[in-house]
Design a protein around this ligand. Structure first.
Ligand code: SAM
Length: 394
């Protein structure tokens, strides 16, 4: 049972089910309002039409059924909206049947059970779903060692969220494979690797599955954690995966790096990692920032007071501004930059991933001008800009 107070969890579940084309069938029942306009039940099924992929919402009212075909990019929002009108939903995926139960106040609890989707539905979904990079049921030694899988390949229940996070990260890493140089050895650095679930996962994808001539280095401040990671890499015989103790800003362990990963590195440690990546001219950067304090202390425009007087809003606003600054500075440095949603295990707002791929998108001069206006309007000075030696001071 998931924490019923964390709405975020079921939102993410529905978004992922749609994004991964994992939703086999859904039913919403027990309407909150019993009036003529509210259907007593809504059924959902995936639908492949000539012009794309849809979800059909079938509403049952009186003796009639009404159909609406919703494009897949709108389906997750539509499902979330529908849940607000019903007390119960059953969503079937190939991995599990998930029950959503809303209480009187509208908080939604999530219950995961064994999958019961009909074999033909699963079969059909199998042909069109984007399967996990690491499928359940196939034992993967590093996940067994990290306690995410049992030796026969079952995902440990308590580690299911971690398993999904690993797969989501690997999906994003697969997407950038074409952006990495080919025909020569590659170097990847994971800054602030911590226990390194994702570093091991990346090695599994790049070196083991894709057979790339890659060297991956994990760096962290914590000597004991790094010792554990080194031991596991050695036990697995993964010779091109190594770990070092050190501070990101002082890292001198590589002279050329093709990809920089930094996942939940604290506060300005993320900026230090991005600056290193720019200095190396890395082809790809995947970065999930974390706990940003720097701008929280700086933002104070009186006109923003109605928002800033609420601590949580100020915190989120400061975090969004920080990420906007990072994304724009990366663009001015010649990166195509996107902000994507990542899975965060603590269901906090720190679930954004900055994906930057070397290669211009539009005029960096224009981006820079817009960026400067934004920065000056907010009267902020970011670590990343201050420390960026090549950034001509204006
Ligand atoms: C929240 S953990 C994230 C671990 C891992 N990347 C993940 O996403 O599961 C953040 C890690 O960043 C490390 N870290 C923070 N600041 C750092 C710095 N300046 N240099 C190196 N590591 C740092 C911490 O020691 C910690 O292990």
């Amino acid at each position: 049972m998931k924490d019923g107070h964390q709405d975020h969890g079921w939102h993410i579940f529905l978004k992922e089910a749609v994004a991964g084309r994992l939703l086999l069938q859904g039913t919403f029942s027990q309407p909150r309002r019993k009036d003529a306009e509210t259907a007593r039940k809504v059924s959902i099924r995936p639908l492949k039409l000539k012009n794309g992929f849809y979800y059909q919402f079938e509403r049952f009212a009186g003796n009639q059924a009404f159909h609406e075909n919703v494009p897949e990019n709108e389906a997750a929002d539509k499902l979330i909206e529908t849940m607000a009108q019903y007390r119960q939903a059953l969503i079937k995926t190939p991995e599990s049947d998930v029950q959503l139960l809303a209480n009187k106040k509208g908080a939604v609890a999530m219950l995961r059970g064994k999958p019961t989707g009909k074999p033909e539905l699963r079969e059909a979904s199998h042909n069109r779903v984007k399967t996990y990079v690491i499928p359940e049921g196939e034992p993967v030694p590093f996940l067994v060692r990290l306690g995410v899988m049992t030796p026969d390949g079952k995902v440990v229940k308590a580690k299911y969220d971690k398993f999904r996070q690993i797969n989501r990260f690997l999906e994003m890493a697969s997407d950038v494979l074409p952006d990495l140089p080919r025909g020569r050895p590659l170097t990847v650095v994971d800054f602030g690797c911590g226990k390194s679930y994702l570093t091991f996962a990346l090695y599994h994808l790049f070196a083991v599955k894709e057979g790339l001539p890659v060297r991956i280095v994990g760096l962290d401040l914590k000597a004991d954690v790094i010792r554990e990671c080194s031991r596991l890499a050695e036990d697995l015989g993964w010779e091109r995966l190594s770990f070092s103790v050190g501070d990101i800003a002082d890292y001198e362990g590589a002279s050329a790096v093709d990809m920089v990963v930094t996942l939940h590195a604290c506060d300005t440690a993320t900026d230090a990692a991005l600056l290193k990546a720019i200095a190396w001219n890395a082809s790809v950067i995947l970065s999930v920032p974390c706990c940003q304090h720097e701008l929280f202390r700086q933002i104070s425009q009186p006109v923003l007071k109605p928002m800033l007087k609420h601590g949580i809003l100020k915190e989120r606003f400061a975090a969004l501004v920080t990420d906007a600054i990072r994304a724009n500075l990366l663009e001015t440095a010649g990166y195509r930059t996107q902000i994507l949603e990542f899975i965060d295990l603590e269901h906090t707002p720190k679930n954004l991933l900055i994906r930057a791929v070397r290669g211009k998108q539009g005029s960096s001069e224009e981006v820079r001008k817009e960026y400067e206006a934004f920065r000056d309007f907010l009267a902020v000075s970011s670590f990343m800009e201050r420390e960026w030696r090549e950034w001509p001071k204006s």
